[in-house]
Each structure stands twice: as C-alpha cells, then as structure tokens.
Design a protein around this ligand. Structure first.
Ligand code: CP
Length: 309
C-alpha cells in the first residue's frame, strides 16, 4: 500500500484497510525490537522533531526509540526548555522548527486542535501525540495493535472503557478505532466524568461497574485527568476508588481470559488495583512494547510517503 496521508490528526482519517496495514507493518517492525542489535538503516538521513509541550514518558520515549531504531535523527523540544516560555507563539515555534527541514514533527499540546493548526501551516508531516482532550491516535493504534496480537480478530469482542471518559483523548480515539474494528464498546464512569452528550457515540453506557464488566473480553482503565478537571467533579479520590477502581473481584465477572489495559501513567489503587496491574491478565507493559513498534510503523509510513494529502 502506498501511504499518501501527510498528517495523522486522529484515527477517523484512516480506513479499515489502512489500520490493518498499520498493524501488519507494526508487526513486521516488532521483530526488530527482539534482535540483539535493534537498529536498521530504513530512515537514515531523515529527521523528526519531538515537540512535547505537555509531560510524557511513554509517548515521547517510544517515538524517540522508534526513530533511532530506524536510524532517523530525533530532536526533542519541551515547553519548559523552549522559547514558548518567553512568549513565542505556537505558530512561530512550529515555523521555526520547520525551517530546520525535518521530515516530521510529532506534537503533544494541551490545546485541542493544536495538531491540526500545525498541519495546516507546515509542509512536513505532523503526527498528533495528544492534543488536549480531543485525540490521541497513536495510543489508540497501539492499543488496537496490542489487542490484535492478543485476540487475532475483533469480531464478537466487547471492551469496557472505565473512568474519566470526559477528559480523555485516549477514550475518544479508542471509541472511533474499536468501533471501526467491530468491537462492541461499553463506557462506565461517574456521570460527572462522562461527556455531557453521548449522542452519536457508538457505545453502551453503564453507571454500575459490576454490570459494565459482566462478560467483557477486556477492560481499559483510564487515568483520572486531574490536570484537566475543574474542581468539584468528584467528591474525593477515596470515594471514586471505592466505586470505580477495577479489581480482581470485578474481573471474575468478565469473560474467561479477559484482559486489562491502561494507557498509563497509572494511579494504582485509584483506577486499577495495584495487584491487578501486575497479573498476567494485565497488558499494560505489552501496550508499551507495542507502542514502540506502532510508532516505528507510523514514522516509516509518514516519512517515506508519496507527496499529497
Ligand atoms: N499513554 C500516554 O500518553 O502516556 P504518556 O503521557 O507517558 O506519554
């Protein structure tokens, strides 16, 4: 398949055929990550800027590792180390980076729409690494890839997304992707942490965790996005955990062999019982490993694409 997209803003841009192709490409690159020498010359001479204006451990590091394993040159810029702190605008920062002629810019920013804002102004590829509460397409793709490796196929599967749906770009991108793949999606969380309107969302909504988890093939716990929440949405963390923290006991109600995912970072004992996070049912570290392979696939396809949107 010839990859013709210039930018990755959300998974809604992708067709089912393109998502399948991404899984196969990531699967191919994952083998490299198990070799003693984890480096190939595929992107030698190409460069990618990792522009993270919000904190990140997994996404930033895995894009960096992915680029280096493909022999691309990677350059990192954080908000605190940049002239954004001196008042330079996002647009001027991006144009400055583009003047250094990278092949791609990976951006994370607290403003929803920031990746699209750059994509409309820059000639190089823009890959959205999380924009506000809008989208986190590379997380959804690595989650889908992790489940593809686990399940083989998606039809007939049901997945529960649990927790702070309202502020979660991971939930938004995953609902779109999982629906495209044929997975039935359930949502569960306190009313104050669900979007005000779920009209048009292809999901079933539950308020009781014990009902929501019944018979599902996987549960994706979400981090409480305290930095994006206004005060007063939750009575307190202890009460939230008492009602919505996923435990081994809840998982006895799920389908046999059901798996647990979390995009990280985890608040153990708040969203997921610490002991559950460390069981064989937990795919949390598989998601991290899948993230490197998926981001290798994305960098390869976007940085070697044919010209045109
Ligand atoms: N899942 C995720 O985006 O993690 P980081 O914030 O550590 O990148």
């Amino acid at each position: 398949m010839q990859w013709r997209h210039k930018d990755l803003l959300d998974v809604s841009q992708l067709s089912r055929e393109e998502v399948d192709f991404l899984f196969e490409t990531a699967n191919y690159f994952q083998e490299i990550n198990s070799r003693p020498v984890k480096k190939v010359p595929t992107l030698k001479g190409r460069s990618v800027v990792l522009f993270f204006a919000e904190p990140s451990t997994r996404t930033k590091t895995s894009f960096d590792v992915a680029g280096k394993r493909l022999s691309a040159d990677t350059f990192s810029l954080s908000k605190s180390g940049s002239s954004l702190t001196k008042g330079e605008t996002l647009k001027d920062t991006a144009l400055t980076l583009q003047a250094m002629a990278p092949d791609a810019i990976v951006i994370r920013h607290c403003y929803s729409g920031s990746a699209q804002f750059l994509a409309e102004r820059l000639n190089c590829s823009v890959i959205n690494a999380g924009d506000g509460r809008h989208a986190h397409p590379t997380q959804a793709l690595l989650d889908g890839f992790t489940l593809w490796q686990e399940w083989g196929e998606f039809s007939g599967k049901t997945l529960l997304i649990l927790g702070d749906i309202s502020h979660s770009r991971v939930a938004r991108s995953n609902v779109i992707l999982l629906n495209m793949l044929g997975v039935k999606v359930r949502l569960c969380g306190p009313r104050t942490l669900l979007p005000p309107s779920l009209a048009g969302w292809p999901v079933e909504v539950y308020s009781e965790l014990r009902e929501a988890v019944r018979g599902v093939d996987a549960v994706m716990c979400l981090r409480l996005q305290l930095e994006r929440q206004q005060a007063g949405l939750l009575p307190d963390l202890r009460e939230y955990a008492a009602t919505y923290c996923l435990s081994e006991k809840h998982m006895t109600l799920a389908a046999e062999g059901a798996k647990v995912l979390h995009p990280g970072p985890m608040n153990r004992g708040v969203e997921i019982a610490s002991s559950l996070a460390d069981t064989n049912e937990s795919l949390v570290l598989d998601q991290v490993a899948s993230g490197v392979a998926m981001r290798m696939a994305l960098l390869f396809l976007y940085m070697t694409r044919k010209e045109g949107k």
